[in-house]
Design a protein around this ligand. Structure first.
Ligand code: SF4
Length: 178
């Protein structure tokens, strides 16, 4: 006998990560939730987001949202692992895209670079701070310092549609965002 129960709501498996940065872009994500929380909460299975959860897991995800530049070998290894586990990777904010403004040390003069060399070696830092795209493939970018809210919403809802969480014709036009 066919069940009359509606199919359970499919949810986007999503994780959020911070690398070398001020973490201002994920704070902006919280600002976006001021208008989007009740709409998005039933649509998202948040696996990892230290801003929102005490218990976080690094496992397979549809989308990884990443802020910050990559400054150390440890961060290289972590972003490679995230890339391995994520179907889509989104770089949010200018430092995830280019490294700037958290790559000041790339432009230090020779004397200053010599002075900081022991620190770089001790903590396993890379020669240069880069955007994540120099280490792993990036599928989408949300520019800004901090991020532009409308673009962030466009990218995230685009993936909700791609992964069958939102219907293709669902639109959120007409809402006001900062
Ligand atoms: S892009 Fe700007 S606001 Fe965002 S994390 Fe980097 S420095 Fe902070």
């Amino acid at each position: 006998m066919a069940s009359s129960q509606p199919a359970p709501q499919k949810r986007l498996r999503i994780s959020f990560f911070s690398f070398t940065c001020c973490e201002g872009c994920l704070v902006e994500f919280l600002e976006v939730l001021n208008t989007k929380y009740f709409e998005w909460a039933p649509l998202m299975d948040v696996r990892h987001c230290r801003l929102l959860k005490g218990k976080n897991v690094l496992d397979e995800m549809d989308v990884a949202i990443i802020e910050g530049g990559i400054s150390s070998q440890k961060e290289v290894e972590r972003v490679l692992e995230i890339r391995r586990l994520a179907k889509r990777v989104v770089a949010i904010g200018s430092c995830a895209i280019t490294g700037a403004p958290n790559n000041y040390r790339n432009y230090f003069d020779a004397k200053t670079l010599e002075e900081i060399k022991p620190i770089l070696e001790r903590f396993g830092h890379r020669e240069r701070v880069t955007g994540i795209g120099e280490v792993v493939k990036v599928d989408a970018e949300v520019p800004g310092c901090p991020i532009m809210h409308p673009k962030f919403i466009e990218v995230l809802e685009g993936y909700m549609k791609e992964f069958g969480v939102l219907a293709p014709n669902e639109t959120n036009e007409g809402e006001e965002h900062a």
